[in-house]
Design a binder for this molecule. Structure first.
Ligand code: THU
Length: 160
C-alpha cells in the first residue's frame, strides 16, 4: 500500500479592488447578473460571467424550478450559453459570486460538483485552462488557475 497526495493551490484576494482590471469588470458583471437569478426556493442567488478569447462576455444566473432538480446553476447556464453561441471560442476566465437573501455571504462560494464536471468538459475541449475566480457577496476572492485544481481525479473522455 502507498499513499498519494494531491495538492491544490489558490490565489487569495481581499476584495474586488485588488483584482486586475479585466477581472474586476468580469466580477462586476457577475454581481449584476446575480440579480436576475430566479431563486424563489433557495433565496440563494448566483451570478457567473465568462470572458471569451473573442472578447465577448457571456453571463448566467441560477434558474430554479418547482421540481427542484430541473433547475440549473448559474455556472452551467453561462457555459452552456457560451458553447451554444460561440462554439469555436475559448473560455479564458470565469467569475462567480453568490449571495443569499437571508444572510450575507462573506466567504468565497465555490462552484458545486456538477458545475465543476461541466466546466471540466469545456476546459478539456478547448485544451486551454480556465481561470476561475469565486466570491460570496462581499470579501475574499479565491482564484484557481485551472478547473483541474477544483476537481482532482476528474472523470473525462480519456476513460471512455
Ligand atoms: N447554485 C449555483 O447556481 N451554483 C453553484 O455552484 C451552487 C448552487 C444554485 C443552485 C440553486 O439554485 C441555489 O444555488 C441553491 O443551491
Amino acid at each position: 500500500m502507498k499513499e498519494i497526495t494531491i495538492t491544490s493551490s489558490f490565489s487569495v484576494f481581499d476584495s474586488i479592488s485588488e483584482l486586475a482590471q479585466d477581472i474586476q469588470n468580469l466580477m462586476t458583471q457577475a454581481v449584476a447578473i446575480r440579480k436576475n437569478a430566479y431563486a424563489p426556493y433557495s433565496k440563494f442567488r448566483v451570478g457567473a460571467a465568462l470572458l471569451l478569447d473573442n472578447g465577448k462576455i457571456v453571463l448566467g444566473s441560477n434558474q430554479e424550478n418547482a421540481a427542484y432538480p430541473s433547475g440549473l446553476c448559474a455556472e452551467r447556464v453561462a457555459i452552456f450559453q457560451a458553447g451554444s453561441i460561440y462554439p469555436e471560442a475559448k473560455i479564458l476566465k470565469m467569475a462567480i459570486t453568490a449571495a443569499s437573501d437571508s444572510n450575507q455571504t462573506n466567504t468565497p462560494i465555490p462552484p458545486c460538483g456538477a458545475c465543476r464536471q461541466s466546466i471540466a468538459e469545456y476546459e478539456i475541449r478547448q485544451d486551454n485552462p480556465i481561470e476561475i475566480y469565486f466570491m460570496g457577496e462581499i470579501g475574499t476572492i479565491y482564484k484557481s488557475d485551472s478547473l483541474k485544481n477544483l476537481l482532482p481525479l476528474m472523470f473525462d473522455k480519456k476513460y471512455l
